[in-house]
Design a protein around this ligand. Structure first.
Ligand code: AMP
Length: 133
């Protein structure tokens, strides 16, 4: 499948990956970097990003190598284990989410998965009538 995405290498996560701006690293592997969100929306708010140039979830899942995909998934598992939030291990649980494109208000055009925990997170989505802009 042809890659329909043009990657903008000036985005802030590309700059983090190039070491141009600092980040609060949680963990790093050959293919994946995880760091704390600069504006945390919960006591635990970690961003997991592939090191490769992927714009959003479908770009990453369709076009990344198997090594990148497996590394990313296993890194998410390891982070949730290290944070003690896995519900299967007695942890309080967590939410992962990823915004893609305009309707989801994706701010940074480099694929990232949010891991949120540390407080009750409420229901998954606001009702449409509660959403303003
Ligand atoms: P999204 O709206 O899904 O694209 O989320 C982008 C996230 O990146 C937001 O939660 C921001 O707070 C976060 N963010 C932006 N700049 C930085 C940065 N320099 N370091 C860490 N997190 C950042």
């Amino acid at each position: 499948m042809a890659n329909a995405y043009a990657y903008d290498d000036k985005n802030i996560f590309a700059r983090i990956l190039r070491g141009e701006i600092p980040n609060d690293t949680v963990t790093e592997t050959d293919h994946t970097l995880a760091f704390n969100d600069i504006y945390p929306q919960a006591p635990i708010h970690v961003l997991v990003i592939p090191k490769g140039a992927y714009v959003c979830a479908d770009d990453f899942y369709a076009n990344a190598s198997e090594a990148e995909l497996v590394d990313f998934a296993r890194t998410v598992a390891r982070i949730t284990a290290d944070l003690g939030i896995q519900p299967g291990q007695g942890g309080q649980g967590y939410r992962t989410l990823s915004n893609a494109g305009e309707v989801a208000v994706q701010e940074v055009p480099h694929y990232h998965l949010h891991i949120l925990s540390g407080r009750p997170l409420g229901r998954m989505l606001q009702k449409a009538e509660d959403v303003r802009g």
